[in-house]
Design a protein around this ligand. Structure first.
Ligand code: ARG
Length: 463
């Protein structure tokens, strides 16, 4: 008979068991479920709700159940619906009817909310650590490329030269926001819902704070109805994962482009690329493409969860069981991508010469010529027009600005002096952007220093 079978006159239809059970996926929560139960039963004993000896027996039993589940020796059954009822059944099989005291003062509704919070907390901490490793890899590339100049783009047209290090640091700060969002979400995730009961609280003299402390929570969910209905923390995780995925995907897109023969800016290490079954010469950036592609799942999980929650009346509804697969999938998807990413970035070969060629064979120093004329007294608008003419002439002649002779420059504007040739060199152009946040070497070094400070601080320092 089912644990809740008392008021039923018939067994459930087999298809109903299959359809409503979650054990197929929520067995992932076994560890969290038992961790929560250990804290709960400790509290039941401490508060005199059940005898201390029974609590000890239950604790021992729970540990054995966990060991069996982890060793793959426990039989998890669909008829027992979910991990919570499977664990309770296994416990009773292990220690006898005293195991039936575990669920005193608790419901699966507060229990599952607790398990998901424990899972989310762990997932967040893991993702933060992985993001930080990616940031470190990017900083590493930045540090070894302090003299590598590449074209910076707008509209995917060469715009102004930048340091490759500057480009890497852009992603470091992007991922820093992801880290900070995840850290911030811990304030809301790290609250214990246990003790909310099914929805209204419990008649037993429980100590919610004690359970929360044992489980390392910062506090308790204040309202029992909210405690069992709240899946905001799942949405937040899915949303934060989506945004981190967006950032990864943008970088992947750049890696795919940069590693093409058309760009030839980087070469991904052989160990992070794959070949073609047909074309022997191919070396494909599959990892980067797949990370880009899998970002779609992250968005799908977010949208799915938001839609599931929309319109749900208080308090618990079975719909909420749908929070799990998306949460697990986004966690695994992001983790899979991040685990590969640091190594892929670290091992990537940066083609300095090739980037430099792209910078010199274009007009990305045109803004600097315009700024030069402004410094000599022209208004920016006048100067823009003059430089437009010069660029047009060069395009028609098939040359670049630095191919012009001094006399030719003079024909366009007699304020131009011999120092123009230095002013238009890629190194000068880059280092001229010395204001905070710019691409000048010193500014990028400052960015690295700042990023390294940010990376050192953690959630623990902030609460
Ligand atoms: N498997 C359920 C879930 O994941 C656990 C809570 C079930 N509660 C209930 N009253 N049916 O949401």
């Amino acid at each position: 008979m089912k644990l809740w079978g008392g008021r039923f006159t018939k067994p459930t239809n087999e298809l109903v068991d299959e359809y409503t059970s979650s054990i197929g996926f929520d067995q992932k929560l076994a560890k969290h479920d038992i961790k929560g139960s250990l804290a709960h039963v400790e509290m039941l004993g401490k508060c005199g709700i059940i005898p201390v000896e029974d609590a000890s027996q239950i604790k021992e039993g729970l540990k054995k159940v966990l060991a069996k589940i982890e060793a793959g020796e426990a039989e998890l059954s669909e008829a027992d619906e979910d991990i919570h009822m499977n664990v309770e059944r296994l416990l009773i099989e292990e220690i006898g009817p005293v195991g039936g005291k575990l669920h005193t003062g608790r419901s699966r509704n507060d229990q599952v909310a607790l398990d998901m919070r424990l899972y989310a907390r762990e997932a967040i901490e893991e993702v933060i650590a992985l993001l930080k490793a990616v940031q470190q890899a990017l900083i590493g590339q930045a540090k070894t490329n302090m003299d590598t100049i590449m074209p910076g783009y707008t509209h995917l047209q060469r715009a102004q030269p930048v340091l490759f290090a500057h480009h890497m640091m852009a992603y470091v700060f992007m991922f820093q926001r992801d880290v900070e969002r995840l850290e911030d979400s811990l304030k809301r995730v790290n609250k214990s819902p246990l003790g909310a009961g099914a929805l209204a609280g419990t008649t037993f003299p429980i100590d919610r704070k004690f359970v929360a402390d044992q489980l390392g929570f910062d506090g308790i969910c204040e309202n029992s109805l909210d405690a069992v209905s709240d899946r905001d923390f799942v949405v937040e995780f899915l949303s934060n994962s989506s945004l981190a995925g967006t950032h990864l995907s943008r970088l992947c897109e750049e890696l795919v482009q940069w590693s093409s023969a058309e760009f030839n800016f980087v070469e991904l290490d052989d160990s992070y690329t794959t070949g073609s079954s047909m074309m022997p010469q191919k070396k494909n950036p599959d990892v980067a493409e797949l990370v880009r592609g899998k970002t779609g799942r992250l968005y799908g999980n977010l949208l799915g969860m938001l839609t599931t929650l929309k319109g749900l009346p208080l308090a618990y509804n079975k719909d909420m069981q749908e929070d799990k697969e998306g949460m697990f999938d986004s966690h695994e998807t992001l983790k899979g991508a991040l685990q590969l990413f640091a190594g892929m970035i670290e091992s990537m070969e940066v083609k300095k010469e090739s980037m430099y060629k792209a910078v010199t064979n274009d007009y990305s120093n045109a803004t600097d010529l315009a700024d030069y004329l402004v410094n000599k007294g022209l208004t920016f608008r006048e100067s823009h027009a003059v430089v437009g003419q010069i660029v047009l002439h060069c395009i028609q002649a098939g040359i670049y600005l630095l191919d012009l002779s001094f006399e030719e420059f003079k024909q366009y504007s007699d304020v131009i002096e011999a120092d123009i040739f230095d002013a238009l060199q890629p190194e000068t152009v880059v280092n001229a952007r010395a204001a905070a946040g710019g691409t000048a070497k010193q500014s990028v070094l400052d960015q690295i220093e700042k990023a390294e400070q940010l990376l050192e601080s953690s959630y623990a320092d902030k609460v």
